[in-house]
Design a binder for this molecule. Structure first.
Ligand code: RP5
Length: 151
């Protein structure tokens, strides 16, 4: 994520990964304030064995696109809700990538962070049948928990 202030949102991605038993790491890497940290992180990601990167940022959110420009790993972008523009700035910054460098963009805020975690887990599950089974179980439980009556 681009800032510690993003953690309140991005922790939901980490929580889902923990719940599904997916090994992960959480780091603050700013495209604007720590560009060399971003370069090192993105350039070393493949060799360190990462399978996907979730990049959450707000405002002029360059982090997901810049990350994607420096790695072939799937990059999932989470637009963090900004104070001034309620995350519309973050969303448009992340989603409008020119053709050639993709960023899989999720919803603004907490739902986007949760779904980024679920998508990253789904990506990892393509090579991990045990994880695939845990995701199936998680989804079945979610379905069971939807009551048919409104009250
Ligand atoms: C972005 O600027 C971060 O991703 C964060 O969403 C936003 C504000 O950062 P702080 O000023 O709270 O550190 O780079």
């Amino acid at each position: 994520m681009g800032s510690r202030s993003d953690w309140e949102t991005m922790r939901h991605a980490a929580d889902i990964l923990t719940e599904l038993g997916v090994e992960h790491e959480t780091k603050v890497v700013s495209a604007h304030r720590t560009p060399e940290r971003l370069y090192d992180y993105a350039k070393s990601a493949v060799d360190r064995g990462l399978v996907a990167i979730i990049a959450g940022a707000g405002g002029a959110a360059h982090l997901p696109g810049m990350t994607a420009s420096m790695t072939r790993l799937p990059v999932l972008g989470v637009p963090v809700e900004s104070k001034a523009l309620k995350g519309m700035d973050s969303l448009l910054s992340i989603v409008q990538m020119p053709g050639g460098i993709p960023v899989g963009t999720l919803a603004i805020g907490k739902p986007g962070a949760i779904n980024a975690g679920l998508l990253a887990a789904a990506i990892a599950a393509t090579a991990d049948p045990a994880l695939a089974a845990r995701i199936d179980a998680w989804r079945a439980k979610q379905t069971e928990n939807v009551a048919i009556d409104p009250e």
